[in-house]
Design a protein around this ligand. Structure first.
Ligand code: NAD
Length: 249
């Protein structure tokens, strides 16, 4: 079987690194996208330290919130490595503020990074997937997109938007061998949640039935499943991976 190629946006971040590592372990060639110059360095070092070679992964710069940049980045990627079989939309940011204090800039940056990016990058790979009659689109949403969160009208709206996008595109390409799914992590121990004040982190952990934050591997395991042939009958779903935090207690 042909070795599959995956693009992971935000692939050098906390969850992105876990996903990249796991897919590489599954013999997928992984291209981890990044935007902050220099942020790819520790990722490359960690991948090499974990035993992965340049034949198993690459990094590629590009701001996926910008359509033109995403278009050029994916065109270069396809020319260099071949068509993208698996797309993981993982790039994301938070710019929290209560709605009454939220600026237009906080709203727009979160919408463009977390939701427009899903359009910008998926648009570049969908025709190739349909043409080859095999593809996987997996977008990282959030439990907060399902239940809402104080101070996150922007983030929750963008993450809920991903769920609507996922269900609609899943319908459109279901007959073409392309599955489209979302994963909604709960609280995962990454730079994003490490930025929370200690008191907020403790309150979050106290509310998780499994009594711990998740780790990137928890999300990567779900991605590996949805990206596999075994998941060919799973489409338009939102897989909650959150230690039970979505349950009413
Ligand atoms: P992270 O900050 O470690 O990683 C996010 C990565 O996305 C970073 O490397 C960042 O530089 C990159 N990025 C941001 N803007 C970008 C852009 N315009 N173009 C390309 N890359 C960009 O955070 P994480 O916790 O690993 O989050 C990964 C995804 O998981 C995000 O979409 C986040 O919303 C989602 N998520 C995280 C948690 C959590 O608890 N950590 C929970 C639910 C959902």
């Amino acid at each position: 079987m042909k070795r599959r190629i995956a693009l992971v946006t935000g692939g050098v971040g906390g969850i992105g690194t876990g996903i990249s590592r796991r897919l590489a372990k599954e013999n997928v060639f992984v291209i981890a996208n990044y935007v902050i110059p220099g942020s790819e360095g520790p990722f490359v070092e960690a991948m090499r330290a974990a035993g992965f070679s340049d034949a198993q992964f690459a990094v590629m710069a590009g701001d996926v919130s910008d359509f033109k940049v995403a278009e050029e980045m994916v065109a270069q990627l396809i020319a260099q490595y071949g068509p993208v079989d698996i797309l993981i939309n993982c790039a994301g940011i938070t710019r929290d503020a209560s709605f009454r204090k939220m600026s237009l800039e906080q709203w727009r940056s979160v919408m463009s990074t977390n939701l427009d990016s899903v359009f910008n990058v998926t648009k570049q790979v969908i025709e190739g997937m349909v043409a080859q009659e095999w593809g996987r689109i997996i977008s990282i949403s959030s439990v907060n997109g399902v239940k809402g969160a104080f101070g996150q009208t922007n983030y929750a709206a963008a993450k809920a938007g991903i769920l609507g996008f996922t269900k609609s595109l899943a319908l459109e390409v279901a007959k073409k061998g392309v599955t489209v799914n979302a994963i909604s992590p709960g609280f995962i121990d990454t730079p994003m949640t490490q930025a929370m004040p200690d008191a907020a982190r403790s309150a979050v952990i106290a509310a998780i039935p499994i009594e711990r934050m998740g780790v990137p591997a928890d999300i990567a395991n779900a991605v590996a499943y949805l990206a596999s042939n075994e998941a060919s009958y799973v489409t338009g779903t939102n897989l909650a991976v959150n230690g039970g935090v979505h349950l009413y207690q």
